[in-house]
Design a protein around this ligand. Sequence first.
Ligand SMILES: NC(=O)C1=CN([C@@H]2O[C@H](COP(=O)(O)OP(=O)(O)OC[C@H]3O[C@@H](n4cnc5c(N)ncnc54)[C@H](O)[C@@H]3O)[C@@H](O)[C@H]2O)C=CC1
Ligand SMILES: O=C(O)[C@H]1O[C@H](OP(=O)(O)OP(=O)(O)OC[C@H]2O[C@@H](n3ccc(=O)[nH]c3=O)[C@H](O)[C@@H]2O)[C@H](O)[C@@H](O)[C@@H]1O
Length: 462
Amino acid sequence: MPLYSMSAGIRHRMNISIIGTGYVGLVSGACLAQLGHKVVCVDQLTARVVRIAGGNAPFFEPGLEQLVADTVASGALSATVDLVSAVQQSEITLIAVGTPDADGHIDLSQIEAASAAIGQALKNKPEYHVVAVKSTVVPGTTDGVVRTALEHAAGKSVGAEIGLCMNPEFLREGTAIEDFMTPDRIVIGASDANAASVMQMVYAAFDCPKVVMSLRNAEFTKYASNALLATLISFSNELASLCEQTPGADAEVVMDGLHLDKRLSPVVDGHRVRPGILSYLRPSSGYGGSCLPKDVAALLAYARGKNVATPLLEAVAQVNAARTGAVLDLAEERIGAFAGQKVGVLGLAFKSGTDDLRHSPAIQLVEQLSDRGAHVTVYDPVATDLARPLLNGTVKYAGCAVEALEGGDVAIIGTAWPEWSELDWPKIRKAMRGNVIFDARNSLRTLDPPKDFILYQIGNGG
Ligand SMILES: NC(=O)C1=CN([C@@H]2O[C@H](COP(=O)(O)OP(=O)(O)OC[C@H]3O[C@@H](n4cnc5c(N)ncnc54)[C@H](O)[C@@H]3O)[C@@H](O)[C@H]2O)C=CC1
Ligand SMILES: O=C(O)[C@H]1O[C@H](OP(=O)(O)OP(=O)(O)OC[C@H]2O[C@@H](n3ccc(=O)[nH]c3=O)[C@H](O)[C@@H]2O)[C@H](O)[C@@H](O)[C@@H]1O
């Protein structure tokens, strides 16, 4: 039984190889297998491959464990470390390796190595083959580093023998399967019409708009998307800082009012059809994760390389970098200095629904609380143990929220896990020494302040 019903089925069951089994590679692989393609996922990490081949997801992502189990069991999804045979037995290869930040620049070494390895495999494959970059890469990479490495290793040219595509992915961690299966649009950058038509066949089951464009425009579209999301968040956080110094003001209420503008939240036939941009205008302790911070940095470096001034984007990054400190300054203004206080932090992941700690604002919060002299105990529903190697030795770890707050003066919400509103707050009140909650993600907003607690929120002038 497919998890998602599509308007049109796939016309042709394709053999697809995917290099890299992270969030993008494995989620894409499992979803495409679920839709009827035959997918082989390749990774150089043997442990990952063994887990996937055994029907298990190697990281936490809602729904992925079941999807991998089902698609491996049906034979639609397999995993291997053998890149050469995976590529040779497929018609199309998607590149989904990492493009990490290296001192404010994009590191394309995984992309280059994967492209060369694919080229090597294509040397002895007589049939036409399409290679599509799904990783986020700066404009010019697909037609530059990727093309050069491929052609050099394969001894063949892009055109009649190899098709080249850039197919950016817009999924979010925590909702990755839903996002992949119900995309707003599919962007297909292509070297030529043949390559584009093969890519269209991969996505035949999807009825969303599919926009075919040049390789560079596809690369730009991905950066434009993440840069705009980061801009919206920094805008809302800058406005939140202003509201925080204005008695009677509340940035959340302001954002709700702003959002009712139909230019931001489309109305069709008198009905608001989409949540609009509101979901990216929520004040927070900053944007984190493996992509927005690194992609903003990569675009800034790209702009510097082109001698183009990008003061707006620079400010977006600066606002974000300063936000954790600003949120803690606000907390100290309201509650008093953290030095010597016992603080329990609930949530460590960069957002709810994931155990990903990369560039997590909650981790930065814990580090800065320690620097300010607080005695910190942390708890996250899925990421507590993963945080151990990242945090300094003075931080303590708890097995549940109540334990994290036991004997504490202040509770701080670091990640907006929905679980917090289900907590037994009266029990927590008895367990804590103090009665202050500082909600750095405004996740308790829909709750009345738990009885006998003083609840402080960001974006709020009091
Ligand atoms: N994480 C996300 O939510 C999204 C990520 N992206 C982009 O997609 C790309 C991948 O991101 P993630 O999936 O998060 O990466 P990741 O870092 O979680 O996974 C990358 C995987 O590629 C493997 N790998 C690297 N080089 C390899 C090679 N030569 N052969 C075989 N395997 C190799 C690594 O071992 C690793 O398992 C990045 O460019 C990222 O910016 C785009 C949209 C969403
Ligand atoms: O390129 C990527 O990897 C992905 O980056 C983001 O997805 P993701 O990083 O998974 O998470 P988001 O839900 O976008 O959140 C990013 C950060 O912004 C924060 N955020 C989000 C919304 C908001 O209003 N305020 C806010 O602070 C979140 O808490 C989180 O720390 C984009 O939303 C995806 O479209 C994109 O594919």
